[in-house]
Design a protein around this ligand. Structure first.
Ligand SMILES: [Zn+2]
Length: 359
């Protein structure tokens, strides 16, 4: 019997008996911690998160810190390995207890090789062998995917997408990306690019994007675009709230725009609504293509004020067929800070369980 074999191998343990529903009571099963640990790494443009979880998906410990992806793979991954060994030591564990490592990265990952291909915001990472970078300390297999796919996996496992078969996850931060869960499974497409919605064209005459094309959604609606528009308005003297911060600091961020909007600043509000409308237009196209049952919005910009989500929601509803949206919640991410590491642990656990048996 399969279960018996897994218990013998130490990958499953009996955990008492289930409540009787008539007839013989069945055993409850759980994955014991001794089965091994999963290391979860979530690399953002400006943050590094490392966590340990059980094979069953329980998050044991999580540490997030600022980090700059532009420092390049060696420096960033060395720091990841440092934090990972500290976390393992805290848990009284060692490198050999790690069963699998999951890594989310903010760029396009070629599925077969686990390697980044021409990532627009990650200089030095193109073609870098992330899997091999762990090989000097860990025997565990390493699974790499882009950060938004990984967050979608996290939302599906533990967040607002739990129990839903068709989830559309969108991350709005320094960049914009999408993760598609269809029929219960993450869709990567043939090369791993499915859901990379940040480079869908929102305006053929728009500003030049980091990818080299013009008017990509990301170039027009993500955090740097929001900040650039705000600086323009501040320089023109149109917005007193933004002007005040700009005069003090000489620069503005998307967060400043959110704060100005919450004070009722008209121009700040307009900038946020414009971003929401552009994102909503692209999401409406995806709703017509995929017919999801829920849209989850995450990433740093998702938190700059409810007017962003409201605008995304109303644009999606306006531009989609009533049948597609009659039961389609558009909601903020519940996991937020932990979506990435939760998803990276799902990525690694699923990856190692699907590997052909070794030996
Ligand atoms: Zn682009």
């Amino acid at each position: 019997m399969e279960v018996g074999r897994l218990i013998e191998a130490g990958l499953l343990a009996e955990d008492g008996l289930a409540r009787s529903e008539g007839g013989r009571r069945s055993s409850l099963l759980r994955i014991p911690r001794t089965a091994g640990l999963i290391a979860a790494v979530d690399l953002g443009a400006t943050s590094t998160d490392v966590a340990l979880s059980t094979l069953g998906g329980e998050l044991l410990v999580h540490r997030g810190e600022p980090g700059d992806i532009k420092d390049g793979p060696r420096s960033v991954l060395d720091r990841v390995k440092e934090v990972l060994s500290e976390l393992l030591a805290e848990q009284g564990s060692e490198a050999q207890d790690v069963l699998a490592i999951g890594v989310g990265v903010p760029g396009p990952v070629e599925q077969a090789s686990g390697v980044l291909r021409s990532p627009p915001i990650m200089p030095g990472w193109d073609g870098f062998p992330i899997r091999e970078a762990f090989a000097d300390e860990y025997e565990a297999p390493v699974f790499v995917d882009n950060d938004v796919n990984v967050m979608a996996l996290g939302e599906h496992r533990d967040g607002v997408g739990k129990g839903e078969d068709d989830v559309l996850f969108v991350k709005i931060g320094t960049g914009i990306g999408g993760g598609i869960i269809a029929d219960g499974h993450l869709q990567r497409g043939s090369q791993g690019c499915a859901g990379d919605i940040g480079h869908i064209c929102a305006d053929p005459d728009g500003p030049v994007c980091s990818c080299g094309n013009k008017g990509c959604l990301e170039a027009m609606a993500a955090a740097p675009a929001i900040a650039a528009k705000a600086e323009e308005r501040a320089k023109e003297g149109l917005s007193p709230a933004l002007g005040k911060v700009y005069d003090q600091r000489g620069t503005l961020t998307a967060k400043d725009v959110g704060e100005a909007a919450s004070l009722g600043d008209y121009h700040a509000l307009q900038i946020i609504r414009e971003s929401g409308r552009l994102v909503g237009q692209v999401l409406a196209m995806l709703v017509s293509t995929l017919n999801p049952s829920i849209i989850v919005v995450g990433g740093g910009v998702a938190n700059i004020g409810h007017s962003l989500l409201a605008e995304i929601r109303s644009t999606v509803y306006l531009r989609s067929l009533p049948l597609a949206t009659r039961n389609l919640p558009v909601v903020p991410s519940k996991l937020d800070q932990t979506a990435g590491v939760t998803g990276a642990s799902v990525l690694a656990a699923e990856g190692v369980l699907q590997m052909p048996e070794r030996g």
